[in-house]
Ligand binder design. Sequence first.
Ligand SMILES: Cc1cc2nc3c(=O)[nH]c(=O)nc-3n(C[C@H](O)[C@H](O)[C@H](O)COP(=O)(O)O)c2cc1C
Length: 353
Amino acid sequence: MSTAPSTVPVAGTGPRFSVAPMMDWTDRHCRAFLRCFSPRALLYTEMITAAAILRGDRARLLQFSPEEQPVALQLGGSSPAELALAARVGEEAGYQEINLNCGCPSDRVSSGAFGACLMEEPARVAECVAAMRAVVGVPVTVKMRIGVVNRQRDGGHDARAAMLRFDEADYARLSEFTRQILAAGCATLIVHARKAVLGGLSPHENRTVPPLRFDVVRRLREEFPGVPLSVNGGIRTAEAAVEAVQWCDSVMIGREAYHRPYLLAALQAALYPADHWAAPSPAEVLDRMGEYAARELAAGERLSNITRHMLGLVTHTAGARDYRRLMAEGARSRSAGPELLAQARALLLQGAA
Ligand SMILES: Cc1cc2nc3c(=O)[nH]c(=O)nc-3n(C[C@H](O)[C@H](O)[C@H](O)COP(=O)(O)O)c2cc1C
């Protein structure tokens, strides 16, 4: 775990760090696990479409345990009326923030006219934000990119050049998008500091290939100084997070929090030193998750749906490989029960002896 630098920013009112919405990853079991590492991190759901909430199995989609709080619901959609209804359902379910996804570039999402392609339609996004704001009391926020490149429209070669550059025209679009959503009532800007490429890049490439431009987000901060701003993209250490919150309000962490959850404990210590919070040991986390799993299995859940998120509990320590094998393979057996977590605990203690 990294040691945190001593400079901590002046306390703002909102959360100082969060775990990003990640499809297939940040489901409720993942959030219950990640909560063990920090009481303060704001945890986002995976993106759930407004249509799914309105027409699907709403209770299952929105279910969460009280110990996951604070949790924010990320919605996907582009219909103001549907988003407003879904936001209200989300608030009633107990979510503490409603977030609109304007950053996800996957083809499937773009073809449904939501996600990053909405950055090209600021007026529509503003309408969506205003419609949600009108019906909920919790903050409505937007997760966005610094811009979008449309490969089909711009052609392959030009699209590559457009992906790599960030010029005044790009900034003018970003600024106008921001101005409109703020005027509509967006409470926090959450900015993934790279462009999204629509068409041609996989979702994975879209999180790695377009260059990270924190300088652009800093410029946005200077233009809109009073607005809560969270920066996202490529933050992997407590040091990097502390550095970022010198100029913005909070950091959002995605992949690194999932693969190395003790980073959240390091962030908790670095960003909330006055809490004097002691991170639980891996054995303590397994105890807590054992109780959680017993409850969930009694309600009909499968163990592997919980343990699949727990592989990053130990990384380079003795027994880590055996631990991961047990959690990944052992949990798949139909008869696997919560005692598997006690077995994993014994394995780790044995490795440490
Ligand atoms: C597996 C996976 C699924 C993701 N799903 C979503 C999503 O549902 N909504 C969203 O806004 N971003 C999604 N993202 C993007 C992340 O929220 C985040 O913006 C991105 O990973 C960059 O942050 P990082 O470098 O800290 O991982 C996803 C990322 C990953 C790795």
